[in-house]
Write a protein that binds this ligand. Structure first.
Ligand code: SF4
Length: 195
């Protein structure tokens, strides 16, 4: 009976954790209440997030916990053919204009468009990025949006989404292994800018 109850509580915990990615205070309170009723010590109760639930923690690891391979093949598929936006902020404008050896004004005039108080790289009428000329002209100084691809939240939802992107990007599952930490750092940077 105790086992059954414990299993039930843990199941609720897993479902909640998986759905929200956080331990809600209300859930934590009820878990504390449950263990207190059972007569566990404070130390044991404090194990709610550690040893008692090691299995749960492992269960809650993302599907890409062992890392993912990606190395850009510089094929340009993601830079051409479809209309889109490539956002650049003030710092990137300074960095890219410096990289090109031109003034910020010249860079803005020749390469940028303004959309709702933000700036995006221009594109040609066929959808190609203005920076694409048989390869990316600013690859070593490319904006965060390009640099963080393909580690964007929608692409990492599950393996199926990752496989879908793989059909359009030949760099996926090739080359360098990006660790879970690399990927999560990248996600944080991307979401701080675009989330
Ligand atoms: S489609 Fe993938 S491999 Fe090709 S340029 Fe874009 S990121 Fe690189």
């Amino acid at each position: 009976m105790v086992c059954l109850e414990s299993g039930l509580i843990e199941s609720i915990y897993i479902v909640f954790y998986k759905r929200h990615g956080i331990i809600d205070n209300i859930v934590l309170e009820s878990l504390y209440g449950y263990f207190k009723k059972k007569g566990d010590s404070v130390e044991q109760m404090d194990n709610v997030g550690t040893t008692k639930n090691r299995d749960i923690q492992e269960y809650s690891q993302p599907w890409f916990k062992d890392g993912l391979r990606f190395e850009c093949q510089r094929c340009g598929r993601c830079c051409r053919g479809e209309p889109g936006v490539v956002w650049v902020n003030k710092r990137e404008i300074e960095e890219i204009s410096g990289f090109l050896g031109i003034s910020k004004n010249a860079f803005a005039k020749n390469y940028l468009r303004s959309i709702n108080d933000r700036f995006s790289l221009l594109e040609y009428s066929n959808g190609d990025c203005i920076m694409y000329d048989n390869g990316c002209k600013i690859y070593d100084q490319r904006p965060c949006q390009c640099r963080s691809f393909p580690f964007w939240r929608p692409n990492l939802e599950n393996r199926t989404e990752w496989e879908k992107v793989k059909k359009t990007c030949p760099g996926i599952d090739k080359g360098k292994l990006h660790t879970l930490k690399d990927i999560e750092d990248n996600l944080r940077i991307h979401e701080r800018r675009f989330g």
